[in-house]
Design a protein around this ligand. Structure first.
Ligand code: 5GP
Ligand code: ZN
Length: 123
């Protein structure tokens, strides 16, 4: 895939509009255009990597930071899991990989899903 044709590369570069909730030099996060849950964000690395299966051992720091960013965003959105008697009941992180995993956009992304159930998909 030519990166110039990649939807999420274009979103990262603001060539296509999105509702961004977080940006730094390495990642950006934005609302999924067709939310499957009351809270549904996508977190992507700015660097084009097609799938999780394309990641190499040297991508371990990137992937680790991406997962920690999901947890940080979940906390900001009030859906971190804190245990006990709170509304902060937790969230789901999903990385669909390849046709068998239901991946539709071939730029690595993690879904962050949360909020009151039922959810329409990925639930
Ligand atoms: P996948 O199935 O590849 O894991 O998920 C791709 C996700 O990207 C889907 O949940 C879909 O709703 C979302 N999506 C597709 N096109 C756009 C778009 O143009 N903007 C945004 N914000 N999300 C998109
Ligand atoms: Zn891309």
């Amino acid at each position: 895939m030519d990166m110039n044709d990649c939807l999420f590369c274009k979103i990262a570069a603001d060539k296509i509009p999105s509702r961004k909730v977080y940006e730094d030099e390495i990642f950006c996060a934005f609302h999924d255009i067709k939310p499957a849950a009351p809270i549904h964000m996508l977190v992507i690395p700015r660097r084009h990597i097609a799938t999780l299966s394309d990641c190499a051992p040297e991508d371990a720091p990137l992937l680790g930071k991406m997962i920690l960013l999901i947890a940080q965003l979940a906390a900001q959105l009030g859906i971190a899991y804190r245990g006990g008697n709170t509304n902060d009941t937790g969230f789901r992180m999903v990385i669909n990989t390849g046709p068998g995993g239901g991946q539709e956009v071939y730029h690595l992304h993690a879904h962050l899903l949360g909020g009151k159930r039922p959810w329409s998909r990925m639930g």
